[in-house]
Ligand binder design. Structure first.
Ligand code: 5GP
Ligand code: ZN
Length: 116
């Protein structure tokens, strides 16, 4: 728990979030400013600022985020059509919230930027 972290506050239920899934390790809630018809954030309960700070100890947790994403994609009915999973890292990676989160986006044909 980091005092000034908005995602820690959602996890602690100090501020509301549109929570879709929760277990001991992670929480998933809808993005407040969706970039696609379905836009869910899968967030570890452990406060890790970014991928730059992960250690070997977090290997299972990072895998678990993806398993939860896969299940939510199925639940939201977009598994077959396809979707995108993204973790932005650092300033040039477009990270705004410094608490790791996996974006699950889908429900429309997503535009792939030219640099990818
Ligand atoms: P980043 O750019 O750090 O990868 O993504 C941060 C995401 O968090 C953005 O898509 C933004 O819309 C979302 N976000 C920011 N503040 C809140 C909030 O208070 N609640 C929710 N549900 N999403 C938020
Ligand atoms: Zn946090």
């Amino acid at each position: 728990m980091s005092e000034d972290c908005i995602f820690c506050k959602i996890i602690a239920k100090e501020i509301p979030g549109d929570i879709l899934y929760e277990d001991e390790q992670v929480m998933a809630f809808r993005d407040i400013q969706p970039a696609a018809p379905i836009h869910i954030l899968i967030v570890p309960k452990k406060h890790i600022p970014s991928i730059n700070e992960v250690t070997e100890e977090d290997e299972t947790l990072l895998g678990h985020l993806h398993i939860v994403a896969k299940k939510l994609a199925e639940k939201e009915g977009i598994a077959e059509r396809g979707y995108r999973l993204v973790i932005n890292t650092g300033k040039e990676g477009g990270q705004i919230i410094y608490h790791i989160h996996l974006h699950l986006m889908g429900g429309k044909k997503l535009i792939t930027p030219k640099h990818l």
